[in-house]
Design a protein around this ligand. Sequence first.
Ligand code: GAL
Length: 328
Amino acid sequence: MYRKLLGAAAISLSVSVCAAPAPFMEASFYSQNDPFIQNYATALKDLSLSTGEKITINYAQEDLLKEYQQIELAVKNGAGVIIYNPVDPVSVHQVIALANSKDLPLIFINRQPADNQLNSYAKAWYVGTDSTQAGAYQSEILTRYCLDHPETDRNGDGEISYYLLQGQQGLSDTVYRSMSLNSSLKNSPVMFRLAGSSFADWQSDKAVSQLEAYVRKHGMANIEAVVANNDDMALGALQYLKSQGYNSGDPDKFIPIVGIDATERALAAIKAKEMIGTVKNDYAAQARAAFRLAYLAMQGKEINNSSTGYYLVNGRTVYIPYVKIYFE
Ligand code: GAL
């Protein structure tokens, strides 16, 4: 009997030792249908492989509830940190409350929450970019091109009319990239005029149909440049302009297009001289910063400039710089 009990005790002991899994990283992305996000997720996976830190990656298919439930399940399964790309950066309080209730670090990425949300939880950080920098860089790229190519003013009215394709309405990337682009173009030595603008939600097919609708109504004469909040929409613009005989090799029929991200397809279009440039949104550096922050926070280490190797704005935000890319 005694032996039997001892055996049972030994078994339950070994079971309970095995049952305590090592904490892992949970990363949740708003969508899988977005090339920049796909690259970001792959970079996180690669970091997990090279360091041996376990990571689970979920995609929320733009569904707020689904995202919450996936994170909740990961927390139940023993996640030690949450890397969080919110479906809607305005509706993040539930995930903050969940992380808070389990004392788990929460690393927001890509979609910036409001400062008061971020500051409401002592273990919350944000890794992203300063979106105003991207708009200013796009303006520099376009200005430089127009100075070198006065023929860009096809209708000869002394100003360059541009169409702006914006990302999802309300996101800080959309708002600040657009605002800084428009204000930088206003201060440019070249005269620019905003001919039209629409929200194509980062997607190339929406960019195609919105440009098409604009041209059907107003004609091509007022499209002398296209600027997009990201490369996929810029590539949608390119597809549409090509269908109208532009940007297909005839130097008299060229409309400069500038994007943001530096996706592979956009870089190929720049190399082929179909787009004039883009602004690199450095997903690899952002993934490294998020991973490092997550790792340190999960270990309960102090987060500061020297521990992360990154400069922290207000102690909570890491901005990875953008880089201008254009053909000579
Ligand atoms: C931006 C990126 C877009 C899109 C968006 C998603 O930073 O430039 O292409 O991925 O994030 O929130």
